[in-house]
Design a protein around this ligand. Structure first.
Ligand code: IMP
Ligand code: MG
Length: 186
């Protein structure tokens, strides 16, 4: 069953109710400013975007279409979440297959929460000797962050609430919502 639109601002995804939090216009502006910076800083460098499945596929596709310099994309699949709770175990489901040696890597992620997933991926990437690795992330929850890597290109910081939409899911659902919704705490 699809998520139920309860009214203009609320949706139900599985058993949870979510309220509208970030509009499509705000999302677009945030993606554009990330793309502008990448266009400026990677001219002549042919960066490889490494997007993390599943959640980042929508941000990555919007971001890539706003990048106007030559660039490439590949995907990895790492998972740490179960329901609305993060787990400290990160599972690599599809690893880095590309030759990263001599490349400029931009990891593209939907959200950094505790940072555990990204931290693991960054370690794996660095072992493959790229020239440099930067992180482009749509959402960041500073209150939940437990690691120390830099987020070089950030869409927006948000409070420590569970969100869905724009690629982000609740147990697999809600990714197709074009706007971002946050859970209504009961
Ligand atoms: P971390 O390892 O705790 O930083 O979690 C990162 C991953 O958890 C992201 O790639 C998302 O898939 C997922 N995640 C974290 N916060 C949320 C959220 O609020 N909604 C949906 N997924 C989330
Ligand atoms: Mg994800």
């Amino acid at each position: 069953m699809h998520e139920i639109i309860l009214n203009m601002t609320k949706v139900k995804v599985r058993e949870l109710v979510f309220e509208k939090f970030i509009t499509a216009d705000e999302i677009e502006a945030a993606v554009q400013q990330v793309a502008d910076r990448i266009n400026h800083e990677y001219e002549g460098k042919n960066p490889l975007l490494l997007a993390i499945l599943n959640g980042a596929f929508i941000f990555a596709s919007d971001l890539m279409r706003k990048i106007t310099i030559p660039c490439e994309i590949s995907f990895v699949k790492y998972a740490s979440y179960s329901g609305t709770l993060t787990t400290s175990k990160v599972r690599e489901l599809i690893g880095v297959e590309e030759n990263l040696k001599g490349r400029h890597i931009i990891v593209v992620e939907d959200i950094v929460d505790t940072g555990i997933t990204m931290d693991k991926l960054l370690q794996d990437i660095r072992e493959k000797n790229p020239i440099d690795v930067k992180v482009a992330c749509f959402c960041f929850k500073p209150e939940a962050f437990m690691k120390s890597f830099a987020i070089d290109y950030l869409g927006m910081s948000i409070p420590n609430d569970f969100i869905v939409g724009y690629g982000l899911d609740y147990n697999g659902q809600g990714r197709n919502l074009p706007e971002i919704y946050k859970v209504v705490k009961s």
